[in-house]
Design a protein around this ligand. Structure first.
Ligand code: 5AD
Ligand code: SF4
Length: 459
């Protein structure tokens, strides 16, 4: 069998795609790079907003057309598959295999079923399953928990991914050991709410460390860089900031979604913290980590959000000075409390607020990135950038970074980089040697064309 997977959504979905791909390979499938080459296409879906749902709908429409012309098995997995909305779509577009986020290990049974297979249960075996490490990659994801015990009124995830289940520290460390043996240098610990690790259904699990202690444990493994996502401010404790400060491998990078700067809106979102409490967490983080890089998620145009509420989001942005933000227009999701109980605001109003927020975000990202110019950053280079002769990667603070290939440093690896130039979304620099001087660049094949497309030439 030739299998092709297409992934929408978050890093959790990327992790799950890798998990299912490794299962497919163990069942004898070849992984191929395009729909054209495949006889099994599996779409890993996201349901968090209307847009990713629309994308899946149109992809399934295309796949149905291909299916009418040649034999093709179509599968759908992930968050949308768990919802009635996704299942209706699956029926309409003649999807053969449907796997919810808790049923991924049913992929073998699905392949054997030779026809329609729907798996929608949340199965415990998934939490103990340790996928093989991705080969040839310096970065890896590591799921430490699945599901979510919060009930933010806008969010479909507790429905799609079920209640929180923490993985045992032994399984986590075992998976990490495999990743280290495969050459991984940066691991990102994943969960819907990593700060609540080890406290499932409100009760601490015997033998499970707190998230802060898990960071300390992972820090002793020898991995060079540790990142984590995502944190819920409600479960944030100062001990996490302390653990970050005392564990050298943990990067000074915190993604702490605020969603709104207005306590009134936060209450309606059922976020369980106020603006002041959020700012208190930021102050604690900055106390322990003065050079921390801060990122957030913000939803604009939540039902009932007034101009004053929105102004509070803008002023909170200034108070924190986030390095970056993921910004979303509120999207009413069927099945969520806010969809049921609140009226959606007009689209133009939401769009206009998003645009104003993007202006704010760009100002801060520009300022923050400009502050890196002249500094040496440790950059994990992944490989070729879009422009010929350049490599791309990211810093400990998650800044995307581009450098020219240099003599002795022409591929993936961890390198010190002297930052020479920045934009709101990118750092540009040169790899430096032990003497702190930039290594000589490798001459490009077509110097003129390359110079034109070189990001270093951009204003
Ligand atoms: N509408 C818009 N954005 C949403 N998010 C979650 N649900 C919605 C929704 N209904 C955003 C939140 C969350 C991120 C993953 O997606 O900001 O942190
Ligand atoms: Fe990830 Fe949430 Fe989308 Fe599911 S719904 S894929 S958990 S972002």
């Amino acid at each position: 069998m030739k299998a092709h997977m297409i992934t929408y959504g978050c890093q959790m979905n990327e992790y799950d795609t890798h998990l299912v791909q490794s299962q497919l390979v163990s069942f004898g499938a070849d992984l191929v790079d395009s729909i054209d080459e495949a006889d099994f296409v599996l779409v890993n879906t996201c349901a968090v907003r209307g847009k990713p749902v629309d994308k899946v709908r149109s992809l399934l429409g295309q796949l149905r057309k291909i299916k009418a012309q040649r034999p093709l098995v179509v599968g759908m997995m992930g968050c949308l598959a768990q919802l009635e909305e996704g299942q209706q779509m699956a029926r309409k577009f003649e999807v053969d295999v449907l796997l919810g986020p808790g049923s991924l290990l049913d992929i073998g049974a699905a392949l054997e079923s030779n026809g329609r297979f729907w798996g929608l249960q949340f199965k415990d075996e998934l939490h103990e399953h340790i996928p093989p490490s991705p080969t040839g990659r310096l970065q890896a994801h590591l799921t430490i928990m699945r599901g979510c015990d919060h009930h933010c009124t806008y969010c479909i995830v507790p429905t799609t991914r079920g209640p929180q289940v923490s993985r045992s520290p032994d399984d986590i460390l075992r998976e990490l050991d495999l990743q280290l043996a495969a050459g991984v240098q940066e691991v990102t610990l994943l969960g819907q709410n990593v700060n609540a690790y080890g406290v499932d259904g409100g009760a601490r699990l015997a033998g499970y460390p707190s998230f802060a202690d898990l960071l300390r444990m992972v820090g002793r493994s020898g991995v060079r860089r540790i990142k984590f996502t995502t944190s819920h401010p409600m479960n944030f404790t100062e001990d996490v900031a302390a653990a970050m400060a005392e564990t050298p491998a943990v990067c000074d990078f915190v993604h702490l979604p605020v969603q709104s700067g207005s306590s009134r809106v936060l209450r309606r979102m059922a976020r369980e913290y106020s603006r002041q409490e959020y700012l208190g967490h930021i102050a604690a983080i900055k106390k322990h980590l003065p050079n921390v890089v801060l990122a957030t998620d913000i939803i604009v145009g939540f039902p009932g959000e007034t101009e004053e509420d929105f102004q509070e989001t803008l002023s909170l942005y200034d108070e924190v000075g986030f390095d970056s933000a993921y910004m979303f227009i509120y999207s009413p999701r069927p099945g969520t409390p806010s969809y049921k109980h609140f009226a959606d605001l007009p689209r133009e109003l939401k769009t206009e607020r998003l645009q104003r927020l993007i202006v704010k975000q760009k100002e801060w990202s520009k300022l923050r990135n400009a502050g890196k110019v002249g500094t040496v950053q440790e950059v994990l280079l992944r490989g070729d950038a879009h422009s010929e002769g350049f490599l791309e990667g990211h810093t400990r603070g998650n800044h995307p970074t581009v450098v020219p290939r240099a003599v002795g440093a022409d591929g993936a690896g961890m390198y010190p980089v002297l930052i020479g130039h920045s934009t709101p979304h990118m750092l540009y620099g040169q790899i430096v040697g032990a003497d702190g001087q930039p290594l000589p660049e490798i001459p490009r094949l077509e110097p003129q064309a390359a110079a034109l497309s070189s990001p270093l030439q951009m204003a």
